[in-house]
Design a protein around this ligand. Sequence first.
Ligand SMILES: Nc1nc2c(ncn2[C@@H]2O[C@H](COP(=O)(O)OP(=O)(O)OP(=O)(O)O)[C@@H](O)[C@H]2O)c(=O)[nH]1
Length: 165
Amino acid sequence: MLGTTLPDRSSGQLGVINSDSNGSTDAKSLRVKLVLLGDSGVGKSCIVLRFVRGQFDPTSKVTIGASFLSQTIALQDSTTVKFEIWDTAGQERYAALAPLYYRGAAVGVIVYDITSPESFNKAQYWVKELQKHGSPDIVLALVGNKADLHESREVTTQVSAALDS
Ligand SMILES: Nc1nc2c(ncn2[C@@H]2O[C@H](COP(=O)(O)OP(=O)(O)OP(=O)(O)O)[C@@H](O)[C@H]2O)c(=O)[nH]1
């Protein structure tokens, strides 16, 4: 989507980047490295664009390498959470680059297309890969995308729930 970039090696896992040193109840700022993985065309870049800019791009282009975006949200207790988002390229030719982006990630979002069993197989692969080689405390989320195409659904919710558990 936004071109090839390499991750900043200093970007780490979930971390407090600004808390009050005297222990008062002032707002905290957290930084979270999040990586999206999944087959090409499942809609990873669209999910990120929706989260960061509230938009949907029906002409979204294939990602080259990976793209980086960030989004900061405020929690009810005034804590702010800055998501540093690595949107990886789903094409097979970029698969070897994935460890560069998931290394040190606190959250892995693995996306498949509910109309594509192949993309679900790929999602299973990424779940195993992150369980084996991701951070030991990584939080994984499995996303069945393109829910609007439910009439063409080919991956049942039961099957995806089995992987999710
Ligand atoms: N119907 C439908 N189409 C979607 C949805 N999300 C994305 N798309 C379309 O799917 C295509 C691929 O979306 P991308 O977000 O570029 O896919 P990607 O997973 O980033 O693909 P790579 O960059 O190759 O890894 C685009 O034409 C999008 O408009 C959705 O929820 N529903």
